[in-house]
Design a protein around this ligand. Structure first.
Ligand SMILES: C[S@@+](CC[C@H](N)C(=O)[O-])C[C@H]1O[C@@H](n2cnc3c(N)ncnc32)[C@H](O)[C@@H]1O
Length: 276
């Protein structure tokens, strides 16, 4: 893939994207001046934003390891973001090297950087796609070549559905993806909360943070309640401990210690469900 076709050229003038703001919060190296400036505005309102991103990423690592250990060998990661240490394919292939992973992101730079990291393995790949167009993702030739939808697939929706604030669109798209999955498939969701659980952030500050994403990136953001997040699972049976604050989902000793005293301050709901 050449530089021009990926839009990687002239990085210093790139507008901010959600993928690269998040990468900055994770101490990543795949971010540009506009991303760092937007991130600084979020941090000014919500100083714990980088810790929230790290807590979310730690959940993703724990949950995909759990799924791999439960026997899942195929992963469709929507809104996969920039490649980072402890990527989904690295974790699941530690458990089962034959595992297949397709990363999907709307951000072309996230996709090209992911492809660089992955190399050409045949089992792991990345495509540019918009999850708001489920058919285009599900029918993508690379997706069809890599994943067998007659077998269980884990659908990963980690910190991405809050970038689809319209309820009809968000529930509709997840229904379409879920309907494409075989029995025994899994749905993983983490999602920004909006019940004002973060006592340190007022609702006015929450809306200012949303404005940063709405004005500076192509992906507006909005949180949901725990009940709102539960709707994404449809008929899936929730794996223990259900939908909980992100740090409470099967915590491990090597997790980041932020929010240990009050998990609500993570401001992120998380859960995993298995389709009957
Ligand atoms: C906060 S990052 C989460 C990355 C990763 N899933 C994780 O949890 O560590 C959100 C990602 O969703 C992507 N995204 C936002 N809207 C999207 C859409 N409609 N379709 C695909 N990706 C999208 C962004 O580009 C960004 O990379």
């Amino acid at each position: 893939m050449d530089v021009e076709s990926t839009g990687v050229s002239d990085r210093s003038t790139k507008p901010a994207t959600a993928a690269r703001i998040y990468d900055y919060f994770l101490d990543g190296v795949h971010n540009f001046p506009a991303d760092r400036e937007a991130a600084a505005r979020v941090v000014a309102m919500m100083p714990s934003a980088p810790a929230m991103a790290k807590a979310n990423r730690a959940f993703l690592r724990r949950a995909v390891r759990h799924l791999a250990e439960a026997g899942v060998r195929q992963f469709l990661d929507l809104g996969s973001g920039m490649p980072t240490q402890g990527s989904v394919h690295e974790i699941v292939q530690e458990v089962a090297p034959e595992s297949r992973v397709v990363y999907v992101d709307i951000d072309p730079i996230a996709v090209s950087e992911s492809l660089d990291l992955i190399g050409d393995t045949g089992r792991v790949t990345a495509i540019q796609g918009d999850m708001r167009q489920p058919r285009a993702v599900l029918d993508h030739p690379v997706v069809l070549k890599t994943l067998d939808f007659d077998q269980p697939v884990a659908l990963l929706l980690c910190a991405v559905l809050h970038f689809v604030p319209d309820d009809d669109q968000a529930y509709g798209l997840v229904d379409q993806f879920r309907d494409a999955l075989a029995p025994g498939s899994y749905v993983l969701v983490s999602h920004g909360a909006n019940e004002g659980a973060d006592a340190s952030v007022t609702s006015e500050e929450h809306s200012t943070i949303q404005k940063v994403y709405n004005q500076r990136t192509a992906t507006p953001a909005g949180g949901r309640t725990r009940e709102g997040v539960a709707r994404f699972f449809g008929p899936a049976e929730l794996v223990d401990p259900g939908i909980v604050w992100v740090t409470q989902w099967r915590p491990q000793p090597d997790d980041p210690t932020d929010f240990a005293d009050d998990p609500r301050l993570s401001c992120v709901w998380a859960g995993v469900g298995r389709l009957p």
